[in-house]
Design a protein around this ligand. Structure first.
Ligand code: ADP
Ligand code: MG
Length: 698
């Protein structure tokens, strides 16, 4: 471990402040854990009322310890923590773990206390882990500075969790499953050190092959994305995110706001950062053990070997559902299998070696599959039948895994009978899954991760907009105490960032409308212009396809009449006369997420958007590839790319407007929501026109 967190993972000396003599106290357990698991550094207990605990001389306070102290572990009541950290500072301590609870998690006073300890720590350049945490464990140095009920096995998983209780369960379970860890961190309240610090530290830690995070929220969304992206290029990062965000708390005034539910920003951020998301603890470790123990597959083509038909079929179904491929075996592979397997076997993928198959049959078959250039990895299934030699078969599989640089995942299905085989697989570090589906899910994650890892870094694209113009419009609205900007102003803003908007003119009275009409080509559109009317069509405030002057006058009067009747208090600027556009309607929008910043949305437009929810999201700033993916991701994409002889739309112009929206959102943090609905996109090469827009500032 070579980072500024060295003082936490590899301290030369540790003081435990608040060591207790009573074995049922946290202050005792922490101290005992530190001295119990082979930690080579010096350890000093602090307790003013005791002379000696567990054979160690006690000190009345940290100042009285003669030697330098790297790390202090604090286990005393919250109210004494600030003064103790001050002492630590005077003593020159580098890192502090505050195990004590009674801070932010308890309410206002606690959160003040928490701020105070951070302030004191900053003064002395001390880093704090916690408060309200379980502690830290490093299996490599043997340091267990926690009150966990045990020490995890050595292994290559690094894990940090925002829930301490979850950690204790995981630890206990991992001990029985023989899953090993390099480092184990309880983040607690994250007053100072948080997930970002540990990601940074673990990125280059040779002892940690896979990083697991359990998060309830992140401290700095954009920074989290950046560091995760860097980490992902080096090693897999698997995250469980639980709980909603405060994003949904504010009632949304836009379609984007309504559709961008609490979890959407996390989904987008994880995707962009190449983070593997686990939906449960089971998945977390299913993915982790595969990634930690097996080489990454070169592609999605799986070879299956099984001694039972049913599970083989289940695996095949799972492969199809996962979007992976059942490998088509080379002819010489099939020939070799025909030569060596009984005539009733299945020589094609899935290879069914039959119920009475022995270990040499497994050996020959699995090696044949692994030799095959059409096979990227193998899922080996075994059902315990009367004549099945489970242990020797597991050895055949294990040895094959040592010989070939392709991943093997097993599903030795069973319990009591299978245990010996599964244990033997562990010796070869071949992961086993209770069902073929779980093995296939893990395989899929490996395939996806490999693809992501090899994708070149995407360059963020930014366009330069007319910032001054946008700022002017926003400050005008502010002066008038308006936070919602309607069609006219919103369109002025987006046009300052290169959006094409239809020719349009605001007519304050009927006579003006007639006068303007001559400068338009019919057909035209009339729209009520009012800052108080958000959904213009809802009150009959939009009339499309007006073909002559007479109609125009009539509709003008009708719209004014309807508006005055339905919304008597609305301030009416007049009526907008607009050139009529053609094309396919899409929606693009932005909602500012409190954690991650501008969340961009793309989808097919029109009135059904909120029902169909066929939309995609990314966090700005984005690159062209992100924009392209956003467009291709929606289910209705074929409608845009062209179906049944229809010409496709101008995808390039959609990419450009998404980049423009991204740039605008980054340049103007005061815009908190924005909808362009519809954006009318024309045929390839013909561009896109923003028909309607609105936005909200804070
Ligand atoms: P609102 O969303 O406030 O009801 P819009 O300006 O989006 O008002 O207009 C409603 C619908 O009318 C649009 O979704 C679009 O189908 C159609 N429409 C509006 N303006 C035009 C235009 N200039 N050209 C073509 N169609 C238009
Ligand atoms: Mg609209």
């Amino acid at each position: 471990m070579n980072s500024n967190l060295d003082y936490f993972f590899n301290p030369k000396s540790v003081a435990v402040i608040g060591v207790s003599r009573k074995p049922n106290k946290v202050g005792y357990v922490v101290f005992r854990n530190i001295i119990q698991y082979g930690f080579q550094g010096k350890v000093f207990p602090v307790n003013p009322k005791a002379d000696e605990i567990l054979g160690y001389k006690c000190f009345p306070d940290i100042i009285h310890i003669k030697e330098d102290i790297d790390l202090a572990v604090i286990v005393i009541p919250a109210k004494f923590v600030p003064s103790t950290i001050d002492e630590c500072g005077k003593k020159g301590v580098k890192g502090v773990i505050v195990i004590s609870a009674g801070f932010k998690e308890t309410g206002y006073e606690g959160s003040q206390l928490e701020k105070e300890i951070v302030k004191i720590a900053n003064r002395y350049n001390i880093r704090i882990l916690g408060p309200n945490c379980l502690g830290i464990i490093n299996t490599v140095s043997g340091l267990n500075a926690s009150f966990a009920a045990g020490m995890p096995n050595k292994g290559s998983l690094a894990l940090a969790s925002q829930s301490g209780a979850l950690l204790t369960s995981i630890l206990d379970w991992a001990l029985s499953e023989e899953i090993g860890f390099s480092e184990f961190v309880s983040l607690g309240n994250k007053a100072d050190l948080n997930e970002i610090d540990f990601l940074r530290a673990w990125k280059d830690d040779p002892d940690s092959k896979v990083i697991l995070l359990y998060l309830e929220g992140v401290r700095d969304g954009q920074e989290f994305i950046n560091i995760s992206r860097e980490v992902g290029k080096v090693k897999p990062l698997i995250v469980i995110k639980s709980g909603g965000t405060s994003a949904g708390a504010r009632a949304a005034s836009s379609h984007t706001g309504t559709l961008a539910g609490a979890d959407v920003a996390y989904g987008a951020a994880f995707h962009q950062a190449g983070i593997i998301r686990a939906q449960s603890i089971e998945e977390w470790f299913d993915f982790a053990v595969a990634l930690a123990s097996q080489p990454l597959p070169q592609g999605p083509r799986i070879g299956i070997i099984t001694n039972a038909g049913g599970p083989g079929t289940m695996a095949t179904d799972a492969i199809e559902k996962a979007g992976l491929r059942l490998a088509t075996l080379n002819k010489n592979t099939v020939d070799l299998l025909i030569e060596n397997l009984p005539p009733a076997a299945n020589f094609y993928n899935p290879v069914d070696v039959l119920g009475d198959a022995q270990s040499d049959t497994y050996r020959i078959s699995i090696e044949a599959l692994l030799e095959d250039s059409n096979v990227d990895g193998v899922v080996a299934i075994l059902a315990p039948q009367a004549m099945t030699d489970i242990v020797n078969i597991s050895k055949a599989v294990g040895e094959a895994s040592r010989k070939y640089n392709k991943p093997i995942l097993c599903s030795f299905m069973g319990g009591r009978e299978m245990k010996a085989g599964i244990d033997s697989l562990k010796k070869y570090s071949v992961p086993n899954y209770s069902s073929p589906e779980r093995a296939i899910s893990a395989f899929k994650v490996m395939v996806k991760y490999k693809q992501w890892k090899e994708m070149p870094y995407q360059t963020i694209k930014k366009i330069r907009g007319d910032k001054r113009k946008v700022a002017e419009i926003i400050s005008r609205a502010r002066k008038e105490s308006r936070v919602n900007l309607g069609e006219i102003e919103a369109k002025e803003i987006i046009s300052a960032y290169g959006f094409t908007i239809p020719q349009s003119k605001l007519a304050k009275a009927k006579e003006e409308a007639v006068e303007f009409a001559s400068s338009f080509n019919f057909p035209v559109v009339l729209k009520i212009a009012s800052p108080d009317i958000v959904h213009k069509s809802d009150i009959g405030g939009v009339k499309v396809g007006i073909t002559n002057e007479e109609e125009l006058v009539k509709e003008f009067e009708d719209i004014i009449y309807r508006t005055k009747r339905l919304m008597p208090d609305a301030l009416i600027f007049g009526i907008n006369i607009q050139e009529m556009a053609t094309g396919k309607e899409v929606i693009i929008g932005m909602k500012r997420d409190p954690q991650f910043g501008p969340l961009l949305m793309f989808g097919l437009g029109g009135i059904y958007v909120e029902i169909l929810k066929d939309v995609s999201f990314r966090i700005a700033p984005i690159g062209e590839q992100d924009a392209k993916e956003m467009i291709e991701e929606i289910r209705a994409y074929p409608i845009l790319s062209g179906v049944r002889g229809e010409k496709g739309v101008d995808i390039d112009s959609l990419i450009n407007v998404l980049i423009a929206l991204s740039s605008l959102s980054v340049d103007f943090p005061e815009i908190i929501e924005l909808d362009v609905n519809p954006l009318m996109v024309k045929e390839k090469g013909m561009g896109a026109v923003a028909i309607d827009a609105r936005l909200t500032i804070n």
